[in-house]
Design a protein around this ligand. Structure first.
Ligand code: ADP
Length: 454
């Protein structure tokens, strides 16, 4: 499988003229790639050391607004610069764009050159280091679900988001014929990403018209988040280049199934999976049980990191495979957590709460923090649930709204201890701002409902 490029490989490709552009980018709070397009000669001669960006990029929303209330970035603080420091281990070709390579950057304080604590890559690295101090590495896989549409982003936007026909006319879950019709988009997604060094496993049709899933082989947590972010960007770019839109909005229509990003997790020690215990009836080690107990107990604390927008909460509906309860079960898709690969070396926990709009760095950082707490406190794992978990009145609910998840994030002593007060306060502000923006907007629904009849 073609891998990433070394800095020397990049220099040779710039010299032979096959690469003329280098994208230097980093994931923002929303998990988008932000950054600059360098002339490749400039990048390999000077900018590979560092470049700069405005610090509002880690204190803005999807609209690039400049909300008040962030301690780290503000008009009062003058919106200064951050250093973007290319991580030269992440250089890779971008085969779907002509003559282009990409590098991911870490975000550093302009003066101290310390990593900015609320930058998503730094937040995940911190939890990985805490886990490493206990002697373990995390292996993760994040599934990417999304919808493809017949028309382009521009056409759909110009229609006021009214003219939205999915690329297929019917539920295409596991369909080979329908997904054959979509190979014009999906085959280049698989092949270009593979050529960019991502270990693509497969794509498949999902349980709704136009819904797709892309699976990438599990890897060390930071790499998994990098893969997810690059793949999400590539899916949009490849679909766009062919005149189609691809959306990761978790619930694009109330009558349609939502899109998730399930996160598979296992811990390892020196290349040995340590969630495995052959003597246990389900093959789960004591360590795995403690980790899962932490994940389950603290799910309300970190729900915001799995569901960061108003729309995210529209996905949590009964009978749609999107979970509403913080319980676990053995291979049962109605629970928030599912045991997968029981009795095998691949035994792992799948968190099914996250939507397709999650930021994988933040989601993994928060779940690692919860799992670490479970290990440290040797938390006991409750018994698994069975049957239709939606109807289990005793099972605890995950927060049902962004407002509720903002409160549980704000109040989380676990996340404050694991991530730092400044980081939790930063993301609490992010969550509260999203709610404030929604609260001030008059929606189509309320106008249609009340205009004549209220
Ligand atoms: P499903 O039937 O849910 O699609 P798969 O076998 O395709 O299950 O696996 C789903 C994801 O789990 C894949 O991306 C795979 O790489 C990942 N995975 C497999 N083993 C592990 C593991 N030990 N730790 C973490 N993720 C894993």
């Amino acid at each position: 499988m073609p891998g990433t490029l070394s800095f020397d490989d990049l220099k040779s490709r710039v010299t032979d003229g096959s690469i003329d552009t280098v994208l230097a980018c980093f994931p923002d709070m929303q998990g988008r790639l932000m950054g600059k397009r360098f002339h490749a000669v400039n990048f390999v001669e000077t900018s590979f050391k560092e470049t700069h960006c405005c610090n509002y990029l880690l204190a803005t929303d999807l609209e690039m607004a400049t909300p008040e209330g962030y301690a780290a970035s503000s008009w009062q603080g003058g919106y200064g610069d951050y250093v973007m420091q290319p991580d030269l281990d992440t250089i890779r070709p971008v085969p779907w764009l002509e003559g282009t390579a990409m590098v991911l950057c870490d975000i550093l304080d302009h003066h101290t050159h310390a990593e900015v604590p609320h930058s998503p890559r730094a937040m995940l690295k911190k939890q990985i280091a805490r886990l490493k101090a206990l002697g373990f590495d995390a292996m993760m896989a994040t599934e990417l679900e999304f919808f493809l549409f017949e028309k382009s982003f521009d056409d759909i936007r110009k229609s006021g988001f009214r003219d939205m026909a999915p690329i297929s006319g019917y539920n295409e879950d596991y369909h080979i014929f329908q997904t054959t019709k979509e190979e014009g988009v999906m085959r280049p997604i698989r092949n270009h990403l593979y050529a960019a060094g991502l270990p693509i496993e497969n794509s498949k049709g999902e349980a709704e018209a136009g819904q797709e899933e892309l699976n990438i082989r599990y890897s060390e947590a930071l790499l998994c988040a990098d893969h997810h972010t690059i793949a999400k960007n590539a899916i949009k770019e490849i679909a766009w280049a062919q005149g189609h839109a691809a959306t990761f909005l978790p619930k694009w229509h109330h009558d349609r199934v939502g899109s998730s990003s399930h996160v598979h997790q296992s811990l390892w020690q020196d290349d040995t999976p340590v969630f495995v215990d052959d003597a246990d009836p389900l093959g789960m080690s004591g360590l795995m049980k403690n980790y899962m107990a932490g994940l389950i107990a603290y799910a309300p604390d970190y729900t915001f990191f799995l569901a960061p927008y108003i729309n995210s909460y529209k996905r949590f509906a009964k009978g749609t495979f999107a979970p509403t309860k913080t319980v676990w079960s053995v291979d049962n898709r109605t629970a928030g957590f599912r045991l997968c690969g029981e009795g095998t070396k691949g035994v792992r926990v799948e968190c099914r709460i996250g939507g397709s709009d999650l930021n994988p760095y933040l989601a993994q950082a928060a779940m690692l923090a919860a799992g670490i707490k479970g290990i440290e406190d040797r938390m006991p794992l409750p018994a698994p649930t069975t049957g239709d978990v939606y109807e289990d009145a005793k099972a605890a609910d995950i927060p049902q709204t962004l407002r509720a998840a903002t409160q549980t994030l704000r109040d989380s002593a676990m996340l404050r201890a694991a991530m730092g007060d400044d980081v939790v306060d930063h993301y609490t502000r992010c969550a509260a701002w999203e709610q404030e923006e929604f609260d001030r907007i008059v929606t189509d629904w309320e106008v249609a409902r009340g205009f004549e009849r209220a």
